[in-house]
Design a binder for this molecule. Structure first.
Ligand code: NAD
Length: 363
């Protein structure tokens, strides 16, 4: 492992994105969003994605410096087309529209269509929570068919993430945020680069046997080479048996079919995230001011449950990310050598000259 200071990582990543067409502002925004995922402990959605994003820009799958097109605009509803812009650019635009409408009407829904990869969905729930809003997000990763439904050994779902954010007065929000697969695809990528191993039963092979071997998803791969999630013979499994598989199904329908992105299917050539989001202003729902105090009381009640054998404490959604953010912001982001080398190789390929690459060493 190599511990990369946040500032150095930001420099390398932002310089790389700027070399492939992004304005300095966008390059920094994308870099900070990816690093933000690392800081919360979601290395799967962090800087490990830099080489893939660069390749997507080169292939036209991501369009730098894009802005959303407003397709439907009513006081409480918007449909916005991300036009394959960087998710880190078009998702916050869509969220901002949802926030403004919810602040005016108390409730809003926004369908974001055809966005580039929008990364860690919790970032968008956090953005709404920072404005005092509850938000719910159903997402498809359309074009990325990686996950076997409950009872299947063949892929029919994307990792279709889901997130809910709850604001708290003067405190950090509660953020639930996960892929509806046992692991996000990026966690298979992390494992394939020597990082954290996959949990038992995360993958399923064509023979119906469970597996933890990333080659089941990618086929044979080189340590620092690209990963093709469509190349392997197996699949990631949907989480939570029939219930998780059902939630994943609804993420495809709401994030995909309802937004116009379309649920993931074999005909789609370009990756796109589609996100259907609902925003609620608790101050409008709750004029008697029950909400905030009750959320706090419930968190205390929830966490007071006696830990199960082998566990030390009960955590509320978002607590692990908050702790990790505090630790990594101070100490830096740990990356495997393979991940760091693949980022540096891509940075050099596009002509980035960030001093951090030399300072930290790169094969
Ligand atoms: P995960 O399995 O780590 O689950 C994270 C959630 O579980 C968080 O809400 C966290 O607070 C909670 N949690 C974790 N450990 C806990 C514990 N011990 N006790 C209580 N709660 C706990 O996350 P994941 O499924 O691997 O997803 C990782 C990231 O990938 C997410 O940010 C997700 O949005 C993102 N993702 C994005 C896409 C996309 O297409 N953009 C696709 C899939 C996933």
């Amino acid at each position: 492992m190599i511990l990369v200071p946040v500032a150095a990582l930001e420099q390398v990543c932002a310089d790389t994105f700027a070399r492939v067409g992004s304005t300095r502002e966008e390059a920094l925004r994308v870099a900070r969003s990816l690093i933000g995922a690392n800081l919360t402990g979601h290395d799967s959605h962090g800087v490990i994605r830099v080489p893939r994003y660069v390749d997507w820009v080169k292939s036209g799958d991501i369009v730098p410096n894009q802005t959303v097109a407003l397709v439907v605009d009513t006081p409480s509803l918007a449909v916005v087309d991300g036009r394959y812009g960087y998710g880190q650019t078009v998702a916050p635009e869509a969220v901002r529209i949802g926030i403004e409408k919810a602040q005016a009407a108390g409730l809003s829904a926004v369908a974001l269509r055809d966005a580039g990869h929008i990364g860690r969905i919790g970032e968008w729930a956090e953005m709404a929570a920072a404005q005092g809003l509850v938000s719910i997000h159903f997402v498809t990763a359309s074009g990325s068919i990686l996950v076997a439904p409950f009872g299947a050994r063949e892929r029919r779902l994307s990792t279709a993430p889901f997130s809910v954010g709850v604001p708290r007065d003067g405190k950090e929000p509660v953020i639930l945020d996960f892929a509806t697969s046992i692991v996000a695809e990026g966690k298979v990528m992390v494992a394939s680069q020597g990082g954290k191993k996959l949990p038992d039963g995360a993958l399923i092979g064509p023979d119906g046997e469970f597996s933890t071997d990333p080659a089941m998803l990618y086929g044979p791969y080189e340590p620092e080479g690209p990963r093709d999630g469509s190349a392997g013979p197996g699949a990631i499994r949907a989480f939570g048996e029939h219930k998780g598989s059902g939630l994943a199904f609804m993420c495809e329908i709401l994030g995909g079919s309802l937004t116009g992105t379309r649920a993931t299917h074999v005909g789609r050539k370009k990756f796109a995230n589609g996100m259907f989001s609902i925003y609620v202003d608790p101050r409008r729902v709750d004029p008697a001011h029950v909400f905030d105090a009750d959320v706090s009381a419930y968190i205390d009640f929830f966490k007071s449950a006696k830990p199960a054998k082998g566990a030390t404490e009960v955590l509320a959604p978002g607590e692990p990310e908050r702790r990790m953010r505090a630790e990594r912001t101070q100490n830096g982001v740990p990356l495997t050598e393979a991940t760091w080398n693949s980022i540096c190789a891509k940075a050099r390929e596009v002509g980035a000259t960030a001093p951090a690459i030399d300072a930290l060493g790169h094969r």
